[in-house]
Ligand binder design. Structure first.
Ligand code: GDP
Length: 444
């Protein structure tokens, strides 16, 4: 799976790895190669463009983490962008309804639809302990219904008895009734395929969907057909409300173009991957695992993740030590503000530090304004070192002096002091809740 893409990307990263510093030109050169690798893998052009743009932007503006090389950081950025392109979260089947839940399988002939129906039924039976009934609605292809019956025997999954001459919508009705009467949890409907997308096929599918009201409509497409698979998915999704895609023959797919473009082009999640002819060769599609397979650099990715965590933990630890001694003073607040400013301004700050949202609102009358950080800094800067370590010294006279010195008002000085107070209280609470871990989570 993905061998050729994986090899190409590996080559790009080998060049980046081990380099002490990466300039913008290095990143851009690497991204040109990533772009070629993705195009060679048959990923849709607009998807490639978006991908490269996003990664370049992030890689160029990247904050340097200690203990990892910039090249390793780029690997991590590419990894995260891949996961996002593949669909971020693995999506499960939606079967939580009053039984029977109905799963309708659609797709072109030869895509692996019937095999996948049986694979999925087997998986639901064995892994999820569901009682599954399969029914073939394919009255076009000779022996299609018998094929499903045979697969049912092989997988020990029940199939709807065949009634010669019955039409798809009627078979669907009969299957529904049987599933209800006989207490099946899941009914899987294997619909007829065609050689090409045609209107008769779509009309039949819509009629069946109308009768069956399925919770899931899964499109089965052959990953080896690359962008054709994506185009087929697009046509289908314009006609029926697909809930997901199953990509078959991923075992033979060295390039990965269909897998990588599917989500972005169709908006539909890939839910399962067929990885062989055997009936247990079906995998849930996990974007992060797939990205890991493509890059083959899970070690680098986790290294960078750890490095980022270490920095947060270092900071958290320093603060925690101060807190433990009841020493979180205005100097600490000032350096926190400074650090947060670097990390993404007040917006980011607001979500990270307890109490600050209120101050932000109060000081800007609800307007987000990074100038506030400068004013807060000026206020602290106008205090004497003693006042900074002992904010409780701040009486009315001192407040007027500081306000004048910093070009602010006594109200603003009061708000700053209140903010410090609130943060100290919040931090004490966090310490009680779980100490470092709670604090670490706050910075995550
Ligand atoms: P349908 O016409 O869409 O119902 O296609 P079938 O289910 O009959 O499958 C066509 C062929 O593809 C069969 O020989 C299957 O064994 C094979 N096939 C299906 N899924 C996979 C897969 O994930 N990997 C491989 N290697 N072969 C598959």
């Amino acid at each position: 799976m993905f061998e050729s893409l994986s090899e190409r990307l590996g080559g790009v990263f080998d060049k980046l790895r081990g380099r002490g510093a990466l300039g913008e030109a290095d990143v851009r050169a690497a991204m040109r190669e990533v772009r070629i690798a993705l195009l060679e893998a048959d990923v849709a052009l607009p998807v490639v463009r978006d991908f490269v743009e996003k990664v370049t932007e992030q890689a160029v503006g990247q904050q340097v983490l200690k203990s990892v090389t910039p090249g390793q950081q780029v690997v991590k950025i590419v990894n995260d962008a891949l996961v996002e392109m593949l669909g971020a979260e693995a999506s499960e089947l939606e079967l939580a309804v009053t039984p029977p839940a109905i799963v309708m399988m659609v797709g072109l002939q030869g895509s692996g639809k019937t095999t996948t129906t049986a694979k999925l039924a087997k998986r639901l039976t064995e892994k999820d302990r569901k009682k599954v009934l399969m029914a073939s609605l394919d009255v076009n292809r000779p022996a299609a219904q018998e094929q499903l019956a045979t697969l049912g025997t092989q997988t020990s999954v029940a199939t709807l008895p065949i009634v010669a001459g019955q039409q798809p919508v009627d078979i669907a009705r009969r299957a529904l009734q049987a599933a209800k009467l006989q207490g099946f949890d899941v009914l899987m409907l294997d619909t007829a395929g065609r050689l090409h997308v045609d209107q008769a096929l779509m009309d039949e599918m819509k009629a069946v969907a109308d009768v069956a009201q399925p919770q899931e409509i899964l499109l089965v497409v052959d990953s080896l057909t690359g962008q054709d698979a994506v185009n087929v998915a697009k046509s289908f999704s314009e006609q029926v409300p697909l809930t997901g895609v199953v990509l078959t023959r991923m075992d033979g797919d060295a390039r990965g173009g269909a897998a990588l473009s599917m989500r972005a082009v169709t908006g539909k999640p890939i839910k399962f991957a067929g990885v062989g002819e055997k009936l247990d060769a079906l995998e849930a599609f996990h974007p992060s695992r797939v990205a890991g397979r493509i890059l083959g650099m899970g070690d680098v990715v986790s290294l960078v993740e750890r490095a980022a965590e270490t920095i947060q933990a270092d900071e958290a630890e320093k603060l925690a030590a101060k807190m433990a001694k009841g020493q979180f003073d205005l100097n600490d607040l000032r350096s926190q503000l400074e650090q947060m400013k670097r990390m993404g301004g007040l917006g980011a700050l607001a979500s990270m530090l307890p109490g600050i949202k209120k101050v932000q609102n109060a000081m800007a009358n609800g307007q987000v304004d990074d100038k506030i950080l400068v004013r807060l800094d000026a206020i602290i800067g106008s205090m004497t070192p003693r006042e900074r370590t002992k904010p409780e010294l701040m009486n009315a006279k001192r407040k007027i002096r500081v306000a004048n010195g910093s070009g602010t008002t006594v109200q603003e000085v009061n708000r700053l002091l209140k903010m410090h107070q609130e943060m100290s209280t919040a931090m004490k609470k966090i310490k009680k809740m779980g100490g470092l871990k709670g604090l670490g989570a706050m910075f995550a």
